[in-house]
Design a protein around this ligand. Structure first.
Ligand code: SF4
Ligand code: MG
Length: 462
């Protein structure tokens, strides 16, 4: 999911949030929503569909206010229905709250059971709503916003990057490991105290906000109206475990992590991939869009020319985000078309960022051969995905992961390639110029940084 929030009295905050969500559309395409605080009153609009389908100018103009919270949803828990769209808006003793969540809790059943007395008020099947109810309960028990948010977060286990609008300003929080990203920035000059929080820095860029910092893992930040200095505090101390899949695939290439764009990181892993897995060939192509930067890096290092061998229909979304296998398969056929003029008679290295189920790759290889490629060598700029994700990326259950079921030779045969190799885990982590302990790499090695409840574990592992 994508989360975005703006606290900027005097600005068209709903409009700014619309653009922020537009930049974060890749993080979720099922539903979108914006809640705007007009003094202490909240207007909420959310619906199924893309940001541009859910909102129009007229609607945004009917949402004036000083603080807006927005969300793009990509379902990992709870089905794909409008009742599961966010933000979640609830009333408390201290006025309304509007909460948007990116991530996935691994103790949702336990949390739901502990909120059983409120079950009649639940309107969704998401873990995100449970966080909002835990917060409402903490406020109604007598705590102030800050203490209540920390109390609610302490009941959650898993991945949660949160933005929370309240009558006392905007709060932004990341779980102790910082599994999902969250950054903040400002509009105008610091003394204006106009704050923006966004899942990724590309959301700041689009509205002309200046990047200030990451919300750090385990940090809670309180932005107050017109206050030039936000209040920052650690609510939890855990080792940092940013999702490495954000670096490899999920986040936008123009978003900046650790001071550089992911485009640069992805070019660099392509260079490492070429050193680790060389092959004789005539051209290097990337699978658009996510395989392109690594293909450019592979070409740099190998000296094999880069070419555009596949054209992507720009109006098709990410195939894996479609909720069913049947839709996913239909999605691939309309998404990519090979260029025979480029491919015919050539030995081709094709680079993609990941193989998850293998659905994309198998069709792709057949299409490249149809277009005249004489050899197809597939190189993947991440290690084999062998384990499911429990923290908010929908990489499917373990039995659907091709690398969990088949050996490398079997996968080669299944895909119909002349050769296949993957980036090493060391290569992936070293290219990020950080220590491996800074990342969650569980889908590549099964080292889950946060223990899951038993039935959660069993729901996805073979
Ligand atoms: Fe990211 Fe994989 Fe960890 Fe999930 S399991 S948080 S996708 S690295
Ligand atoms: Mg791709």
């Amino acid at each position: 999911c994508g989360v975005f929030a703006v606290l900027a009295p005097g600005q068209a905050v709903a409009n700014l949030t619309y653009f922020g969500l537009y930049a974060l559309q890749h993080r979720g395409q099922e539903s979108a929503g914006i809640a705007v605080f007009d003094d202490v009153k909240v207007r909420l609009h959310k619906d199924m569909g893309l940001v541009s389908q859910v909102f129009d100018q007229e609607m945004l103009e009917r949402m004036p206010g000083q603080l807006a919270v927005g969300h793009n949803r990509y379902s990992t828990t709870g089905s794909s229905k409008v009742c599961n769209a966010q933000p979640v808006v609830l009333m408390t003793r201290l006025g309304p709250l509007a909460l948007a969540h990116n991530g996935n809790l691994v103790n949702a059943a336990e949390l739901r059971a502990s909120l059983d007395h409120l079950a009649g008020e639940f309107t969704s099947t998401t873990d995100s709503e449970l966080i909002a109810f835990a917060l409402q309960e903490a406020v109604d028990s007598g705590l102030g916003w800050n203490a209540a948010i920390r109390a609610a977060a302490a009941r959650c286990r898993g991945a949660f990057s949160l933005v929370i609008g309240t009558p006392d300003g905007l709060f932004a929080l990341r779980d102790g490991h910082g599994i999902r990203p969250l950054v903040f920035g400002m509009l105008g000059e610091p003394e204006q105290g106009q704050w923006v929080a966004s899942s990724e820095s590309c959301g700041l860029d689009i509205i002309g906000a200046t990047f200030v910092d990451d919300v750090q893992p385990g940090e809670l930040i309180h932005f107050r109206q017109a206050d030039p200095i936000p209040e920052r505090q650690r609510w939890c101390e855990e080792p940092s475990k940013l999702c490495v899949f954000e670096m490899i695939y999920f986040a936008r290439p123009d978003s900046r992590f650790f001071g550089e764009s992911l485009y640069s990181y992805r070019v660099r892993i392509g260079e490492v991939l070429a050193r680790e897995n060389p092959v004789a060939a005539d051209i290097v192509i990337g699978v658009p869009d996510s395989g392109i930067p690594a293909a450019i890096g592979y070409s740099h290092t190998s000296g094999i020319p880069f070419a555009d061998g596949l054209i992507k229909n720009r109006y098709v979304g990410r195939t894996f985000i479609q909720p069913t296998q049947a839709m996913r398969e239909a999605g691939i056929r309309v998404k990519l078309n090979p260029l025979p003029d480029v491919l015919s008679g050539k030995r081709v290295v094709v680079i993609d960022d990941s193989i998850v189920r293998g659905t994309t790759s198998r069709k792709l290889v057949a299409a490249l051969r149809d277009a005249g490629a004489t050899e197809v060598h597939m190189r993947i700029s991440s290690p084999p995905v062998t384990h499911p994700c429990f923290y908010g990326i929908d990489t499917d259950t373990q039995d659907h992961l091709i690398a969990a079921r088949l050996t490398l030779e079997e996968i080669e045969r299944h895909l119909g390639v002349d050769s296949l190799s993957y980036l090493s885990k060391e290569g992936m982590v070293e290219a990020a110029q950080a220590n491996s302990s800074h990342f969650c790499t569980a889908c590549f090695d099964g080292q889950y940084p946060i223990e899951m409840d038993e039935e959660v574990r069993n729901s996805k592992l073979m």
